[in-house]
Write a protein that binds this ligand. Structure first.
Ligand SMILES: C[S@@+](CC[C@H](N)C(=O)[O-])C[C@H]1O[C@@H](n2cnc3c(N)ncnc32)[C@H](O)[C@@H]1O
Length: 302
């Protein structure tokens, strides 16, 4: 599928509001309430299993040096909880971590996998409406979550409410606009355009990494520490697992049906993108990389 076909259907208005034009239908993303947002990836078991490979050592490396024993930590959008339990190790037995996610499937996996970890609990909750009193936590962390939210600043304000004055928020998100690959495959270029369009139609912002500092500051946090880090896929095993993840993800009903419903593409075109991903994975010189934004902010007032 030529990338231009997908590009021509997406409109970024000069005032910055986003709209996704889909033939007879037009989805105004900027006006989308967070009640209408759709989590683009869904919770198919292979997606949740891929998230469960993540570790605090990698995903929270920018935060770990500032975590202290005995602290109370909130993990927002914790998914299957593998990072959550890593954070718990860092705060020790005198500390505690609560993982929240608005998906019952994710919380079921997290709870059943990590039931034996004494200082971790998991709850179903929305980042926009946290079921905790003011000032309940010392640190709040969120990994690859804000990119999926229609109003990340509102969620961060709610996070600020449950942090004590002087408490830290730490967020990390991919920035899809930085994704680069070699050798160049038109299918991967088209996939990236399609992903941007679909994620925005679902209320999210796939180029979140570059905006985290803006959102965190906008929610009222101060003394920001802004860093970035890169994921790279170059070995045969890395290319294969990354390509397979995307080839399978886009063929799922969650992605494919929604893209077709929005008239962004046809099923056959999505199948061609998946095949392109798999061919790219077999390129001996294949390379794929992208940047993550990372921000730590302090709740003022102590
Ligand atoms: C990409 S996954 C990341 C999971 C985990 N943080 C990790 O990095 O492995 C995003 C998670 O955010 C959750 N999520 C999306 N919107 C949410 C919301 N409004 N409130 C709470 N969780 C949300 C999803 O259910 C999903 O489990």
């Amino acid at each position: 599928m030529p990338a231009s076909r997908l590009v021509s259907r997406s409109v970024i208005a000069s005032n910055g509001s986003r709209s996704c034009h889909s033939g007879h239908r037009r989805v105004y993303c900027a006006e989308m309430s967070y009640a209408d947002e759709i989590y683009t990836h869904g919770h198919h078991p292979f997606i949740v299993a891929a998230h469960a490979e993540r570790t605090a050592a990698e995903a929270a490396a920018f935060l770990l040096k500032r975590l202290e024993r005995g602290e109370r930590v909130l993990d927002i959008g914790c998914g299957p909880g593998s990072i959550t339990v890593g954070l718990a190790e860092h705060v020790g037995k005198s500390g505690s971590v609560v993982g929240i996610d608005n998906s019952a499937e994710a919380i079921d996996v997290a709870t059943s996998t990590h039931a034996a970890v004494p200082n971790v609990t998991f709850e179903i909750a929305s980042a926009y409406s946290l079921p905790f009193p003011d000032a309940s936590f010392d640190v709040a962390y969120g990994h690859q979550v804000l990119q999926h939210l229609a109003d990340p600043t509102a969620a961060l304000r709610e996070v600020k409410r449950v942090l004590r004055p002087g408490g830290l928020v730490a967020v990390r998100d991919a920035d899809y606009g930085t994704m680069a690959h070699h050798p160049r495959y038109p299918e991967i270029t088209s996939w990236l355009e399609l992903y941007h369009q679909l994620a925005r139609a679902n209320g999210g912002e796939p180029d979140a990494g570059r905006r985290l500092h803006q959102w965190v500051r906008g929610a009222g946090f101060r003394r920001l520490e802004v860093t970035s880090s890169v994921w790279t896929y170059s070995t045969a095993a890395e290319r294969s697992s990354w390509a397979e993840l995307w080839a399978r993800r886009i063929m799922l009903a969650r992605f494919a049906d929604r893209a077709v419903e929005l008239d962004l593409c046809e099923y056959m075109e999505i199948a061609a993108l998946a095949a392109g991903w798999r061919r790219w994975a077999s390129e001996p010189d294949g390379w794929f990389a992208f940047i993550h934004g990372e921000v730590i902010g302090v709740k003022p007032g102590h």
